[in-house]
Design a protein around this ligand. Structure first.
Ligand SMILES: *Cc1c(COP(=O)(O)O)cnc(C)c1O
Length: 479
């Protein structure tokens, strides 16, 4: 007979719960005292942890103290204002509250009945956000964990839309399905194509112009050539804000082609999509309402704790047709009157993610979010001007959003290999200061440093500090 039942005592939960909130508040307040990148080697953290789980109950005090001793020194501080790598993701206070509450409710929103509040709040906040970014009423949204998974569902819907009835028959004996995108499309497109059995060689890469944007005439040509070979063009993926350089594909012209050719049009705006809440940024989203599916990640640049990605589609019936499968035990009386989100994807169980988005939208308000994004966009323009004006640097891509692609190009060095080596060294020395974290990409074979301004806590002084460190480290390397 077991001697222990139940959860931790309420008094203990309260005591440590209050202390935890204090800890988090202090952590965020002192975030700049930590190195952005931890000074650890692979295995360092593992080696300080026991090899087996504790046999007996441990004191919470010890668990929390190990957070300070073992975990914290191994954390990369994404909340640091000088975290300017990848596409930053920063969590706001209201977002953290929403996350905590969703863990406390711990519901599984498979069907409406399994948590009506989750289903209806998800529908509501996704409708709010749809209006904020200017997508028409007909779009239907679903929350997934990441853009990779949103895109997988978008491309699965495209496959369903091909009319080849792959859901029932599988892929045997059908003609080649072809997907089109540029070489700058995110690797999640390839992952989706692998997963869906399309095959990597059936991604046809459409050439880009000098700004890394898809050339529509080349897309048209590729489609007609493929049709002539008996292949089935089934999906075009365009991007607003590519991962390397934040390039923008000509969405309106691509939509024309997709409409004419009756091909599913998937639009990836995982990073940049949130800027559509700004009227002045609408110019970059012209025609985006013509996409069949559209991905945006509020966890990237809208201060919602990771994970939170949205797939909007104006053909939800196709997405549902691709995935809906209702076992007997999940049939409910409300099936025809309420949304059962399990019908729109591969996962059955789902977290109550809408809460954190609801908290963030209400706490900041549309205007509060707009002001913050505007601030980031201005800082990025400022950094971009510094690069343009400095004779030892050059900018390698247009700056549409909050990302600047650049490299050092000191006078006299023209050899591309030497420049690549120099910039790689520069990036490493800048990152090893612990004061700022940047990553690189390659554009036209050039080693390119990327600086991203999208952190909730990033201000002008942080961008200035990054610039100072970059120039200082370059001066040392060129001595
Ligand atoms: C970040 C990003 C992705 C992948 O995002 P995850 O949510 O990490 O899967 C896909 N596409 C673009 C354009 C991105 O910026």
């Amino acid at each position: 007979m077991s001697k222990s039942f139940g959860d931790m005592p309420k008094e203990e939960f309260k005591k440590y719960g209050h202390a935890l909130i204090d800890w988090i508040a202090d952590y965020l307040d002192n975030i700049e005292t930590y190195p952005v990148l931890p000074d650890t080697k692979p295995g360092d953290i593992k080696s300080t942890l026991p090899q087996t789980a504790p046999q007996l109950s441990e004191d919470l005090k010890n668990i929390f103290s190990d957070v300070d001793k073992i975990i914290l020194p191994g954390v990369t501080h994404w909340q640091h204002p000088n975290f300017m790598a990848y596409f930053n993701s920063s969590a706001s206070g209201p977002g953290i509250f929403g996350e905590i509450l969703s863990a406390a409710f711990n519901t599984n929103g498979m069907v409406w009945k399994s948590n009506p509040a989750s289903a209806e709040l998800e529908e509501t906040v996704l409708n709010w956000f749809k209006k904020m970014i200017g997508l028409p009423e007909e779009f239907f949204g679903v929350v997934y964990d990441t853009a990779s998974v949103s895109t997988l569902h978008g491309i699965a819907a495209a496959r369903e839309y091909s009319g080849l009835n792959i859901r029932a028959k599988g892929m045997n004996g059908i003609p080649k399905l072809i997907l089109y995108c540029t070489e700058h499309a995110h690797s999640s497109i390839e992952k989706a194509v692998i997963t869906l059995g399309i095959g990597m060689e059936n991604i046809h890469r459409i050439p880009v112009d000098e700004n890394f944007s898809m050339i529509p005439a080349k897309l048209e040509k590729a489609i007609s050539e493929d049709r002539a070979k008996g292949y089935v063009p089934f999906c075009v993926v365009a991007t607003i804000g590519t991962t390397s350089s934040t390039a923008i594909d000509p969405v309106d012209e691509i939509a024309d082609i997709c409409e004419r050719e009756k091909i599913w049009f998937h639009l990836d705006a995982a990073y940049a999509g949130v800027t559509a809440i700004l009227p002045e940024m609408k110019k970059y989203f012209k025609g985006f309402e013509r996409a069949d599916s559209f991905v945006v990640n509020p966890h990237k640049w809208l201060f919602v704790p990771i994970d939170f990605s949205i797939l909007y589609t104006r053909k939800p019936d196709v997405l549902k047709k691709a995935f809906s499968l209702v076992p007997e035990y999940l049939k409910t009386a409300e099936d025809n009157t309420a949304i059962n989100y399990m019908d729109y994807g591969i996962q059955l169980g789902r977290r109550f993610r809408a809460l954190k988005f609801w908290f963030v939208l209400r706490y900041f308000g549309v205007e509060g979010l707009q002001e913050r994004l505007r601030g980031h966009l201005q800082l990025a323009q400022q950094f971009s001007e510094w690069i343009d004006k400095h004779e030892m640097f050059e900018r390698l891509a247009p700056v549409y959003f909050g990302t600047i692609c650049f490299r050092a190009k000191p006078n006299g060095i023209t050899d591309e290999n030497k420049l690549n080596e120099l910039n790689e060294k520069l990036l490493n020395t800048v990152n090893s200061t612990g004061k700022v974290f940047l990553v690189h990409t390659k554009l036209n074979g050039k080693f390119t440093i990327r600086l991203v301004v999208s952190g909730l806590r990033t201000e002008e002084k942080h961008v200035m500090l990054a610039w100072e460190i970059i120039r200082g480290e370059l001066a040392k390397l060129c001595k």
